[in-house]
Design a protein around this ligand. Sequence first.
Ligand code: NAD
Ligand code: TDX
Length: 335
Amino acid sequence: MPGVERVLVTGGAGFIGANFVRHVVTHTDARVTVLDKLTYAASPEALADLPADRVTLVTGDVADTATVDPLVAAHDTVVHLAAESHNDNSLDDPEPFIRTNVVGTYVLLEAVRKADARFHHVSTDEVYGDLALDDPKRFTEDTPYRPSSPYSAAKAGSDHLVRAWVRSFGVRATISNCSNNYGPWQHVEKFIPRQITEVLEGRRPRLYGDGQQVRDWIHVDDHSSALLTILEHGRIGETYLVGADGERSNLEVARSLLRLMGRPEDDYELVADRAGHDQRYAIESGKLRLELGWQPRFGDLDGGLAETIEWYRAHRDWWAPRKAATEAAYAAKGQ
Ligand code: NAD
Ligand code: TDX
């Protein structure tokens, strides 16, 4: 990639980060340093088979200036994925969300300002709040910010910091706001891997509330290709929405998973709802497609889900210990 030779990927041992690092190694000649605190959500295993002369893992906190400043100075590009990422956790304890998502982004922005590095901020469609189930609209780059949860409010705050550092200090940054990702290495606390592993353990998928909430699903490899496209061709100061027209209700996804796994489609349970549960997310990604020529490759959600089910079948040793701890926490909340 021209101009992108030494890339620092924060949160590169997490779900999207690890898939993105693999994508960069496969599709470019860049050398990658991962900066990751290795929280409960990290999977350094996901990086283990990548070539050591292309990928280096540094364990550290994005909110720690002493760690961040010298690392950023040694790279031409920073792709920022490190975050506390789970809405349910942010309802139980918001503090790490403020520290990592807001303060961590501030520390990185100050570092890229000093080093004059290119910065890409990976954010979420949740900053726009939610849409009603019967509303035909989708989110665009012009939708006003209206976040609902401590997680999405912290991500919204981090987006605002990035825009302020572009305008006030001339930092060379772009932002992307992506819809719900699925694919390999996603933590079992999240909806799709939780339901797949429930079924693999002989239990039933667990839907919050009435299961009618809608999410707009994208395969993580399509998110990775969008991030690379923005790094290569994105205009500084711009925001790009990333989505693959994958709107489905949670109930529809659960039914698909049950069918693909050979179980009756109504073999699910309705459990306690999430506080402040966002009803619907939907992304209009025309700007990224028309201006930068990006296209998703995984058009068929059921095909992507079938591959993901097979991946979880083959990686029980990785998810089983995480599953036990995650389910104990959900059980305490009636979920
Ligand atoms: P994840 O929870 O799987 O991974 C997050 C990673 O960040 C982990 O490896 C963790 O150890 C690391 N981390 C956490 N705090 C850190 C800190 N203080 N310093 C350094 N590293 C730290 O999350 P994910 O689902 O891969 O999401 C990655 C990014 O993409 C996040 O910024 C998230 O907001 C954004 N995003 C996620 C989705 C999604 O559907 N998962 C959709 C849109 C945007
Ligand atoms: O067991 C469950 N049952 C259930 O019905 C779980 C874990 C979730 N849900 C519902 C809540 C949501 O409507 O499924 C939907 C998806 O839930 P999550 O996987 O927790 O994702 P969401 O809250 O939509 O946020 C995700 O997408 C945007 C990521 O976790 C965020 O990091 C990203 O920013």
